[in-house]
Design a protein around this ligand. Structure first.
Ligand SMILES: *Cc1c(COP(=O)(O)O)cnc(C)c1O
Length: 380
């Protein structure tokens, strides 16, 4: 694991703290989740729910997840055997990859990708095959032929993240159909990272891959409370899949963490049952923030790519006269008092993302406005 060093988020957040810069790097909100849900966690601690919950997770949360999958997506998952609570989506991804892959196996992921994918695949001794997403008419997408060409006899699984971090793409039914067809032809398991499932904009609908014909049986569907309820520090996620797959993931999960923290689980069960209106308000608020930041970045001279979901907006830095996003990100605190993330760190082929920089908009309006004022210095 030596090659993995420290994550870019640690480096850039430390740089923000050192220089007093506005941190639009790491994707965490600067406001709290629903108050009644936070109270539930406090109540759970006060009422003695402080010992190990059952390995697969508190029954109440598994039931709430089961109801939510059915109500939202028409998907049926049994609370007993088909749902597993994890320490965030991060543990769910790691445990799934470790459970499914032998050394030498291959996992396909779309680059740029969330940074834990490459690390989880390396932990399993497996190999990551990257299929590159590129902007077409201002939206990042992939070439189905390149995806098909990435499959080999050693390919075990494909990691599908939609809504996609860091590009903000929400896969269309046509894109998902191409992925589903390939999974069925080549006998692949789909591991879907759906942590932004509720955070889509402009009326764009998130379609879980498991809802496509023939896909529920071969999909490990991963969600998390962190992004949905603005509680990224709670690290509470879950896996939904057919029982044999959940059993395999749990076999690994029980030796990574055994079980997830108890108090959050009850609070998240409450959130899934009672706070979906709060989530709808979060979504429309985030859409306004996206527009606010996009407008500001464009006025500051960036070329801005419009995201349909997530916390993030991609920019092309070349109109400002820069070519290397890593170089710009390291200098940005000094040039403008703002921190952002160079997108190239999310690539297997960094040269394909050299000129992109990612900004997070899950911040208070006044923080976004101040960042924009500062970024306008770049072209002044
Ligand atoms: C934030 C994030 C995660 C991690 O979720 P946790 O529940 O905090 O572990 C996983 N995947 C993507 C794409 C994310 O943006």
């Amino acid at each position: 694991m030596r090659a993995f060093g420290t994550t870019i988020f640690a480096e850039m957040s430390a740089l923000a703290a050192q220089t007093g810069s506005i941190n639009l790097g790491q994707g965490f909100p600067d406001t709290d989740g629903p108050a009644a849900m936070l109270d539930r966690a406090v109540q759970a601690i006060g009422s003695g729910l402080n010992q190990y919950p059952p390995g697969p997770g508190t029954l109440e949360l598994r039931q709430a997840v089961s109801e939510h999958r059915l109500a939202h997506y028409g998907l049926t998952y049994a609370a007993d055997g088909e749902i597993l609570v994890t320490v965030g989506a991060t543990e769910a991804i790691a445990a799934t990859v470790l459970a499914l892959c032998e050394p030498g196996d291959e996992v396909i992921a779309f680059e740029p990708y969330y940074d834990s994918y490459a690390a989880s695949i390396a932990l399993a001794g497996a190999r990551l095959t990257a299929v590159t997403m590129r902007p077409v008419d201002g939206r990042f997408t992939f070439d189905p032929d390149e995806l098909r060409a990435a499959v080999t006899p050693r390919t075990k699984a494909i990691l599908v993240n939609s809504p996609h971090n860091p590009t903000g793409t929400v896969f269309t039914r046509a894109e998902l159909t191409a992925i589903a067809g390939l999974c069925q032809e080549a006998g692949l398991i789909a591991i879907t990272d759906e942590v932004y499932e509720h955070l889509t904009f402009d009326g764009v609908e998130h379609i879980p891959l498991a809802t496509l014909p023939g896909m529920r049986e071969r999909t490990v569907m991963i969600s998390s409370a962190g992004k949905t309820f603005s509680v990224t520090g709670w690290k509470t996620g879950w896996v939904c899949a057919p029982a044999p797959l959940v059993r395999a993931v749990n076999t690994v999960k029980q030796f990574l963490t055994y079980t997830a923290s108890a108090p959050w689980q009850l609070a998240v069960a409450y959130g899934l049952r009672q706070e979906l209106e709060w989530v709808a308000a979060l979504r429309s608020g985030l859409q306004d923030k996206r527009d606010r930041l996009m407008e500001g970045l464009a006025a500051a001279g960036f070329e801005v790519l419009r995201p349909s979901g997530t916390y993030f907006v991609q920019t092309d830095i070349r109109p400002l006269g820069f070519t290397d996003g890593m170089d710009l990100a390291r200098r940005l605190p000094e040039l403008a008092g703002v921190v952002a993330i160079p997108t190239q760190v999310f690539y297997e082929h960094p040269e394909r993302g050299t000129h992109f920089v990612r900004f997070a908009f899950c911040k208070k309006d006044e923080v976004i406005d101040e960042a924009v004022t500062r970024l306008k210095r770049l072209s002044a």
